[in-house]
Write a protein that binds this ligand. Structure first.
Ligand code: GLC
Ligand code: GLC
Length: 827
């Protein structure tokens, strides 16, 4: 069942039923001011950091699920409704929500009155603009009342939802004409305030929540709206809000446009107040209001936003035999990559914005799918992340975006972290040819006195693996690897202990984790990423260092084949007792997905057919119609030696859920091994546009990836296997976005930036006649036509660039600013 449709021409998903199976959200803003907005206008805003600088309040896991947002209420002679249906939930005569690139348009109609609200954060602007267009379609004059609503968060979102004894007495506002200012703590320690304005006169306002809503009412029936009159309440403590009230009269056919702005302002300390030393200096706020005080200015701002997205998305554009592929690659997957790049795993409808900052491994991987869009921002991010690294190559697992400092409560010792840094830096150089990043002086542990060139960060990353090997010469698993839930040193039997950070006394003397437990996944990730480091050293003429690094990679491959090949696939790990994990010999969890793809792409054991065998085993044991499960059979009991993974009921999350992030590694590997049909099959099982038809089962947004889909075992814990099979969770913020962008564009369609140029090596469904792709790369445009006359999955007969045959499959880099016609014939 569908709840809307894709409007590809406008790059929108159009939701036609407000009762979606879960709130379907969008993100506004992509620079500093961000908003989350659901299809009923729920959500919230923040500046840079969802935890430390939250602007409006939201209540997670609420009943009903999506409560709190920017709401417009209309009281039309006693009929009260919202353009987005919720929270009042009066049945509308018409409803649509268009989620587009950085904007959302919600339109509702009731009793001949239409209200269309366009929400967006303009480029280079710290605020959300809301254009409300009210149209009287009734054929007779209409008088009605409009109320706006936003609830302020007292800045620190964590403190805001816990520290009521203080916060109920600190809230402060200022009202000036039609503008409501939020200034809690502005008098003392904060140099920022927020405002909610409208570009017209108002007939009243409310700034105190209990006066507006009423202590025993809800968002669905706010007292003031029901009574049809604002109270002009003035918040002094409790919960400050901002609500404008206006009576509107519209003749038949007439319409009225109002522009609301929810803005954020920072002030220099010596200019915070007007001469009286008390009143907010509003100069900057007023300038922001003036920027968008007419519909023309708003429309121009939206047009500019759309144009900037068209430009960004024009860098990579495909035309394949499958519309769903085009829609994913050209629009939604790239869009999601921007969002994951900006927000890492911090703020979504599944991430509360107060739990996690930026993840070291997550943000490095996000760069893989984003770097072609705005390479300069990727560069800056890479440097921010690298600055939190420790001198021995170890990493803080997370850092806060506002302070850019490593988060010591989560700490480090995640065995995979350093490797992703090698991958992101390589991806950046491959995209841009900017080798200069390697000379950039980058601090360790945010300490400028410990700065070293970026190249040194790559070196310590590489050798952090080499210097931390276990008994089989495989990397130590430490607290966890990519799979946060395989915790081989935790042995936790006490509720509440964090599986990732708890140090079991057993291993305290060894430095917090077992010196026996090894990760095969980190081994294969090392052999997959390591060659990038070698190529970089060679390019720099450091041949000895390159040879030494290559020797480590070769040794690791040998060790994997000697100790981690299980006969038909690769093992997952050795536990702290030296026992195999992910082997046929195990009772449960015999095969795991994570090490396999990287092993195949590193060609470990290829001469013995390890790649084909592994792919066959994956297809047989892990594949389902909704994607590949992470492991099989699912764990049905708690394995204290494995940790968090076995705490999940079978079929969810890391315990045999379809963890879409690592599906991409298999898609890449199948494509790499020449199995284009298989690669495409796995891709289409999980790509959102393909799951749109089953939105009722899938639940989450059909335009973006989620982290996890219920696996074939979902429900088995309650004796109903298959019950939640195919049900998505944790949409939006996931490494799946970047990795599937890589999988489809670089491995299946096969256009892969390389150190020396743009490489082309597709691995597609044999049935395809070919496809076209336009790629802007290092200042040039390549119009590539791939022809597949022999209907093969992989293999290239010839490549012609501007009519001339070239040797090999790497298209040369030309002088910037030129356009090139490329023809690739497969066969
Ligand atoms: C989540 C985390 C990511 C981790 C994955 C597997 O997606 O953000 O860092 O690799 O789970 O546990
Ligand atoms: C990741 C995993 C999740 C785990 C968490 C721990 O997000 O996906 O299952 O609980 O990390 O930090």
């Amino acid at each position: 069942m569908k709840f809307g449709f894709f409007d590809d021409a406008n790059k929108e998903y159009v939701i036609t039923e407000p009762r979606t199976p879960y709130p379907w959200i969008n993100y506004l803003g992509s620079q500093a001011f961000f908003s989350l907005i659901s299809n009923t206008a729920g959500g919230y805003s923040f500046y840079k950091d969802a935890r430390l600088r939250r602007i409006t309040r939201y209540r997670y896991n609420n009943v009903p699920i999506d409560m709190g947002g920017r709401y417009f209420y209309i009281n039309d002679n006693g009929t009260v409704w919202n353009p987005g249906w919720s929270p009042v939930k009066t049945e509308l005569d018409a409803y649509t929500c268009r989620h587009g690139m950085g904007y959302t348009i919600i339109k509702g109609e009731k009793n001949g009155l239409e209200a269309e609200v366009t929400f967006f954060v303009p480029n280079n602007y710290n605020g959300e603009v809301q254009k409300v267009v009210l149209t009287n379609k009734s054929g007779a004059e209409k008088t009605f009342k409009l109320f706006s609503f936003a609830e302020w968060c007292l800045w620190d979102a964590q403190d805001d939802c816990t520290n009521f004894q203080r916060n109920f007495s600190t809230g402060r506002v200022e009202v000036d004409g039609s503008v409501i200012y939020h200034k809690t703590e502005y008098r003392d320690r904060r140099d920022h305030y927020a405002f909610y304005s409208v570009n017209d006169s108002i007939d009243g306002y409310d700034t105190d929540r209990d006066s507006f809503i009423g202590l025993y009412n809800g968002f669905n029936d706010p007292q003031a709206v029901m009574a049809g009159k604002a109270n002009d309440s003035f918040a002094d403590g409790w919960s400050p809000i901002a609500s404008h009230y206006k009576e509107i009269k519209l003749g038949a056919g007439e319409s009225k446009t109002l522009i609301f702005i929810l803005g954020y302002v920072e002030m220099p300390v010596d200019q915070k107040f007007e001469a009286d030393g008390k009143t907010i200096n509003k100069v900057k706020a007023k300038a922001m209001m003036e920027q968008f005080d007419t519909p023309e200015k708003v429309d121009a701002g939206l047009a500019e936003l759309k144009a900037s997205w068209d430009k960004l998305l024009g860098i990579l554009n495909v035309d394949t035999p499958d519309d769903k592929v085009d829609r994913m690659v050209n629009i939604w997957n790239q869009y999601q990559c921007m969002v994951t790049f900006n927000l890492s795993r911090s703020a979504s409808y599944f991430e509360s914005g107060i739990g996690r900052g930026m993840g070291f491994r997550d943000s490095n991987q996000d760069i893989l799918g984003f770097v072609h869009q705005i390479p300069d921002r990727a560069r800056e991010r890479i440097i921010d992340i690298a600055s939190t690294q420790l001198p021995d190559g170890g990493c803080y697992h997370q850092y806060q975006p506002l302070t850019k400092k490593g988060n010591s409560d989560i700490g480090g010792d995640f065995s995979d972290d350093p490797l992703w840094m090698i991958l992101s830096v390589s991806a950046y150089i491959k995209e841009t040819g900017d080798w200069g990043i390697l000379d950039e002086m980058v601090p360790y542990d945010n300490d400028e006195s410990k700065a070293q060139p970026m190249l040194d960060h790559l070196k310590v990353s590489f050798y952090h693996i080499v210097n931390n090997l276990g008994p089989h010469g495989l990397p130590l698993a430490m607290r966890a690897d990519w799979n946060d839930c395989i915790n081989l040193s935790c042995y936790s039997d006490t509720p509440g202990e964090s599986f990732q950070t708890y140090t079991n006394p057993k291993f305290a003397a060894e430095g917090g984790y077992s010196k026996v437990a090894e990760s095969v996944m980190v081994a294969t990730l090392f052999t997959y990423t390591g060659p990038n480091y070698v190529a970089i050293l060679k390019h720099l003429g450091k041949d000895d260092e390159a040879a030494a690094a290559q020797a480590e990679i070769d040794k690791m491959k040998k060790n994997v084949m000697a100790s981690a090949w299980d006969g038909d696939w690769f093992l997952r790990a050795y536990d702290s007792e030296g026992k195999k994990m992910g082997s046929k010999e195990c009772e449960e969890g015999q095969i795991f997905i994570e090490p396999q793809g990287f092993a195949i792409m590193s060609e470990i054991g290829k001469e013995q057919g390890a790649d084909k065998k592994t792919l066959a085993a994956i297809d047989e044991r892990l594949n389902t119609k909704f994607g590949l499960v992470l492991n099989n059979p699912a764990f049905t009991k708690y394995y204290i030696q494995y940790g968090e993974i076995s705490t999940y009921p079978g079929g969810y999350k890391e315990n045999a859920g379809i963890f879409t992030h690592n599906n991409a590694w298999i898609i890449c590997a199948a494509a790499y091994a020449g199995q284009g049909d298989q690669a495409f099959k796995y891709y289409s099982e999980i790509a959102p546009a393909f799951t749109e038809e089953t939105s009722d089962i899938h639940k989450t947004e059909p335009y973006v990836y989620g982290q996890m889909i219920g696996g074939k075992d979902a429900g088995s814990d309650i004796g109903r296997p298959g019950k939640n099979f195919g049900q998505g969770k944790n949409s939006w913020l996931t490494g799946t976005a970047a990795w599937n962008m890589v999988a489809i564009s670089q491995y299946i369609l096969g256009v892969q930036p390389d150190f020396d140029g743009l490489k082309i090596d597709p691995s597609i469904p044999a049935a395809w006649d070919g496809f076209n792709i336009t790629r802007k790369f290092r200042g040039n445009t390549y119009n590539i036509a791939v022809k597949n006359p022999d209907h093969v999955c992989k293999g290239i007969k010839s490549v012609t660039v501007d009519g001339k045959k070239i040797d090999g499959i790497v298209m040369p880099v030309f002088e910037a600013g030129s356009v090139h016609e490329v023809e690739v014939v497969m066969g």
